[in-house]
Design a protein. Sequence first.
Length: 134
Amino acid sequence: MKLLRQKSKPVSVFMTILILLLTVPYQSVFASMIGTETVIDMARGQEARDCLNRIMTREDVQTVFTSYGINPLEAKARLDTLSDTEIIRLYDQIEQLPAGGSDLGTALIAVGVVFIILFITDLLGYTDVFSFTR
């Protein structure tokens, strides 16, 4: 009997520890439905992150970063640490910027200013552009 107790003691200690670990209270998992907005925001965040990563890999963007004294690898690492809402906000700001400065309003204002200057100089007699000012 004594021999049996000596041989079973390590097994009983192991089993006691195992049962205690299994019965330790743990937080149960609550499953719920994922809303459509959450799925759309996750997809939009991933799309914005992919687009910004493509922009960061362009050579002209990296040249601009180095001209400002920013390491492109460090800028990419900082971009990777942004949350989805920050990425989406940054992406929206980039999308709203005019590309190449081809803004129609600016062109119309420039044409209007040139017309007014020519009209005034024509009235004063410095130029002879418009025939209806005589």
